[in-house]
Design a protein around this ligand. Structure first.
Ligand SMILES: *Cc1c(COP(=O)(O)O)cnc(C)c1O
Length: 371
């Protein structure tokens, strides 16, 4: 197996893989499984510092984004879409698909959303049912400060849907303090469980907004209301992927047993960026660096794909390019969850240095990981 230093999926710990291989019962009928599911959701909420209810849905991260939008949006609702990255902009498609009227607030993709500028904008126009915010916009590694953005929107009476799929557990997030109405997470980023589950955390305000809709939610699988009272009724809307949830539970227990995980992400990310800059390479962004992924521009003389190919073929390490407007212009190193260790970064930067040398790039200094 190669070393998978991508910004999701990430590497999976052995105890998570073992948990997924356990003998399973019938998740629809076994009453104990309802407790296991609920306790796993509660553990996740606890790790995100919130009393809000969380749900685990069977489906990859995108399902959570779509479920949040279809469940909140009614025909004609104005929705503010904060756009300083590919995922940021992408929310507009979901909003419009379900009858909403997306209003893009587009800013420089190399900079985090400026909270003072957003405030000035809202002072002119704040007639929005909710806003969408991406915590870490993974294709560019852009981190937005949800601890300021979400309370600001709330001050103007605007609910927030936050995509923190690749932000959470590598960057601080505190759902109650940040007043986030719907938080979307996924199993395969810093949680470091395999791809397949999405996690949704829902505030009382968001639940009320869904209850008070004039029209029905035009969905079943992605309708967040179908989980209402599942525990009391001992009824799931569909058969739960029990093995995936066993794995997720172990991955969450691993996070809980590792209280320094945020600090480690911060130090490793900082050391990675410093090494990149010292070597004379340039970081893609000008500010707003996520501690889960480092994104640097491909030196003019080489092709992104050549870097990726040599890294994989000769060093057995997988890095990622990017996509959409970022395609071919940057390389991404994912140092989140299980990937985020000093040993992995030393090995990765050493291999990257050799790869760039082979491609004729002259570095100012060695790509040395100092921590
Ligand atoms: C990974 C990710 C998702 C989930 O979608 P993928 O299909 O796995 O890319 C959603 N939002 C963000 C910001 C992500 O990084």
């Amino acid at each position: 197996m190669y070393k998978m230093m991508t910004p999701g999926p990430t590497m999976v710990a052995e105890n998570v893989r073992m948990a997924r291989s356990l003998q399973v019962g019938n998740p629809d009928l076994d009453l104990d499984f309802f407790d296991f599911y609920k306790e796993t959701c509660e553990l996740y909420s606890e790790l995100l510092h919130t009393k809000n209810e969380s749900l685990i849905l069977s489906g990859e991260g995108i399902l959570g984004l779509e479920a949040a939008i279809v469940s909140l949006t009614e025909s004609g609702d104005r929705v503010l879409v904060l756009d300083n990255g590919v995922f940021g902009k992408g929310f507009a498609d979901f909003v419009d698909m379900y009858g909403g009227k997306s209003v893009l607030y587009s800013t420089d993709y190399k900079r985090a959303i400026d909270v003072a500028q957003l405030r000035s904008y809202l002072e002119q126009d704040s007639d929005f049912k909710y806003a969408t915010v991406v915590h870490c916009d993974t294709p560019s590694g852009m981190l937005n400060d949800v601890s300021q953005i979400c309370p600001l929107l709330k001050e103007f009476g605007i609910m927030t849907v936050v995509d923190s799929v690749s932000g959470m557990f590598g960057n601080p997030i505190n759902v109650d303090h940040d007043q986030i109405d719907i938080l979307c997470g996924g199993s395969q980023k810093a949680i470091s469980a395999p791809i397949g589950l999405t996690l949704i955390t829902i505030s009382e305000d968001a639940k009320q907004a869904m209850e008070q809709r004039k029209t029905k939610i035009p969905a079943f699988y992605s309708n967040l209301m179908i989980f209402k009272d599942y525990y009391e009724k001992k009824w799931f809307p569909y058969s739960m992927p029990i093995s995936d949830i066993y794995g997720l539970r172990q991955a969450l227990e691993n996070l809980k047993a590792d209280p320094d995980h945020l600090e480690r992400h911060h130090e490793i990310a900082k050391a990675t960026r410093e090494a990149i800059v010292r070597a004379g390479l340039s970081l893609y962004a000008e500010n707003g660096y996520s501690d889960t992924v480092t994104v640097f521009s491909v030196p003019g003389s080489v092709k992104a794909q050549d870097i990726l190919t040599i890294m994989k073929k000769e060093h057995n390490i997988m890095l990622a390019g990017s996509f959409d407007v970022m395609a071919g212009t940057v390389i991404r190193i994912g140092h989140m969850g299980e990937n985020c260790t000093k040993e992995n970064m030393i090995e990765t930067l050493d291999a990257l240095e050799k790869t760039l040398e082979e491609l004729g790039v002259t570095l100012k200094e060695k790509l040395e990981f100092l921590m």
